[in-house]
Design a protein around this ligand. Structure first.
Ligand code: URA
Length: 242
């Protein structure tokens, strides 16, 4: 859901089909509450997740939802697909059709997928300028060496899109495994970056987005709602802060 912001007087005038002068009167009579607090100012800004009551009745109560899913291989990061099970098929929430995916994973990538109906939050997580890191564990067919670290940090030119990838951090775990941190999500980015070394990726798993780690006890295909603190803190760590 796109986040629409509007002034309170405009919202009430439209909702009640009354003049803005009439809205002032309503506010003076303490008839309106926003998020549980009596509203007094016509220019208070509300959005589509503000809880609005008039004369004790709820007139708007859209809830923001934030879900963590442990995506298995073979499930497509889409809301609809004719061939494969989708991440939405794995959810059982009554509001699931309102949700969109915050940064897709390939069909054969597993791990952390976030879903929300709050587009402002998802934009903060996905736009590269916000520098929110996505952390992956990568398994490879051939041995790694230190030259990969510099190449990932420097960035690689992708001719098809005519872009150079933003600096990425590669940490060698062992001869055949690395942790990779990206702040962007180009098409098949990690596989293409290892492709430069002619080193096929045999397994790819996203374990964290920003400050939020995939729960180690969350079973494959299982999901849960994020806590308010997780929603707020997810963008606290960026690669530049480290
Ligand atoms: N890079 C890839 O190649 N695939 C993913 O799913 C995510 C990052």
């Amino acid at each position: 859901m796109a986040l629409n912001k509007t002034r309170l007087d405009r919202f009430l005038a439209q909702y009640c089909q009354i003049s803005r002068k009439h809205v002032r009167l309503m506010l003076a009579q303490n008839r309106v509450q926003i998020n549980g607090v009596v509203a007094h100012h016509i220019d208070e800004i509300i959005d589509n997740f503000s809880h609005v009551m008039l004369d004790g009745e709820i007139i708007q109560a859209n809830t923001a939802h934030y879900i963590m899913l442990n995506k298995p291989i073979g499930v497509v990061s889409a809301t609809r697909d004719t061939q494969h099970k989708t991440v939405l098929d794995l959810l059982e929430y009554p509001f699931k059709n309102e949700l969109h995916i915050v940064g897709r994973l390939d069909l054969n990538t597993s791990g952390l997928v976030l879903l929300t109906n709050d587009s402002r939050w998802s934009e903060r997580l996905t736009l590269p300028e916000h520098k929110v890191i996505k952390r992956y564990i990568v398994s490879l067919e051939n041995k790694l060496d230190e030259s990969y670290v510099a190449a990932f940090a420097e960035g690689m030119y992708f001719g098809f899109e005519d872009i150079t990838t933003k600096p990425a951090k590669l940490t060698i775990i062992n001869d055949y495994q690395a942790e990779v941190e990206l702040i962007e999500g180009r098409y098949h980015q990690i596989k293409r970056m290892f492709g430069r070394f002619r080193n096929p990726v045999t397994a790819l798993h996203r374990c964290a987005i920003g400050n939020l780690q995939l729960d180690s006890e969350l079973a494959l295909s299982a999901s849960r709602s994020l806590t308010a603190l997780e929603v707020k803190n997810i963008t606290q760590i960026s690669m530049l802060d480290q």
